[in-house]
Design a protein around this ligand. Structure first.
Ligand SMILES: C[S@@+](CC[C@H](N)C(=O)[O-])C[C@H]1O[C@@H](n2cnc3c(N)ncnc32)[C@H](O)[C@@H]1O
Length: 235
C-alpha cells in the first residue's frame, strides 16, 4: 500500500514511523510511505501557506492554492488515484473499522492541517474524506496522520508476524480484548487463572470470549450498545 502525507512538519515523522513493525513493513515493501513538505508547493520567497481569515477572528487559515497544487501533483504521480483525507477535529472519528476499510485501499493521501485549519474549499472541492482521531485538539495534523498510518499499516497482510494477531485484538469484533498473562505462573502471590494453564484450547477460547464480553459490558457501554449479537465471532 502507498501512503503519502502532506505536512508542514516532515521532521516530526522521523522516529515514530522508522521503528518496529512499521519499519519492517516499509523495508519489506508492504508499506510505501512518502512524507512531503507542503512548502515545496509555494511560489513566494517566504513559502507562505497561510493567511488571515475572512471575517476576522484569531489565528491563520491554510490557503487553498498550495494544497490543491500539491494534491493534484501527487495524484498525477499515482498509478491509482489515492483517497485524499484531511485530518481535522471536525471529521468522522477514526476507529478500527475505518482503519480496516483504509487498509484495503491501494493508496491514501493524508493532508495535515495547522493553525486554525483548512480553507473550506479544500473540504468542499478536494478531499474525499475528513478524519478526527478523537474529541480533543492537537497543534497540527502530524500526530493524527502518524496514528492513522500506524493503525492502517499494521493491518496490511504480512505486516504483523502472526496475521491472527490483528484479528483477535481489541475492537476487531466490536469488543475489547481479553486479558493476557505470561510467566511466572505466580508472582508476589498473584496466580494466573488455572484455565489458561489447562491445555484445553476449546475451553480457553470460550473463557477468553467471555472475558472480552464481560469487559466490554463493564468498561465500554458505548461499544456494547453497538454490538450485533446475531453475528457469529470471526475465526
Ligand atoms: C489547532 S488544530 C485546528 C483546530 C480548529 N480550529 C478547530 O477548532 O477544529 C490544527 C490542525 O491540527 C489537526 N488536528 C488537531 N486535532 C485533531 C484531531 N483530534 N484529529 C485530527 N486532526 C487534528 C488538524 O489537521 C487541524 O487542522
Amino acid at each position: 500500500m502507498r501512503i503519502d502525507v502532506l505536512t508542514l512538519f516532515p521532521a516530526m515523522f522521523a522516529g515514530p514511523l522508522d521503528e518496529s513493525i512499521i519499519r519492517r513493513a516499509r523495508d519489506a515493501g508492504i508499506l510505501d510511505l512518502r512524507i512531503h513538505n507542503l512548502r515545496d508547493w509555494t511560489h513566494d520567497r517566504h513559502k507562505t501557506v497561510d493567511d488571515r481569515p475572512f471575517g476576522g477572528g484569531p489565528g491563520m487559515v491554510l490557503k487553498p492554492e498550495p494544497i490543491f497544487e500539491a494534491v493534484e501533483a501527487l495524484r498525477r504521480d499515482h498509478p491509482v488515484p489515492p483517497r485524499v483525507i484531511l485530518t481535522s477535529p471536525s471529521g468522522r472519528v477514526f476507529n478500527q473499522t475505518l482503519a480496516e476499510e483504509l487498509s484495503k485501499e491501494p493508496s491514501i493521501l493524508l493532508v495535515c492541517g495547522s493553525y486554525e485549519g483548512f480553507d473550506e474549499r479544500l473540504r468542499e472541492h478536494l478531499a474525499d474524506d475528513e478524519l478526527s482521531i478523537g474529541d480533543y485538539v492537537l497543534t497540527n495534523g502530524a500526530l493524527p496522520a502518524m496514528v492513522i498510518v500506524d493503525t492502517v499499516a499494521r493491518l496490511l497482510p504480512g505486516a504483523l508476524g502472526h496475521d491472527q494477531s490483528s484479528v483477535e485484538e481489541s475492537f476487531s469484533e466490536g469488543l475489547i480484548e481479553y486479558p493476557h498473562w505470561t510467566r511466572p505462573a505466580e508472582f508476589r502471590g498473584w496466580r494466573v487463572p488455572e484455565i489458561l494453564m489447562s491445555g484445553n484450547h476449546a475451553e480457553i477460547a470460550r473463557w477468553r470470549r467471555q472475558e472480552s464480553i464481560r469487559r466490554t459490558f463493564l468498561r465500554r457501554p458505548d461499544l456494547w450498545d453497538k454490538q450485533r449479537w446475531d453475528r457469529p465471532p470471526k475465526s
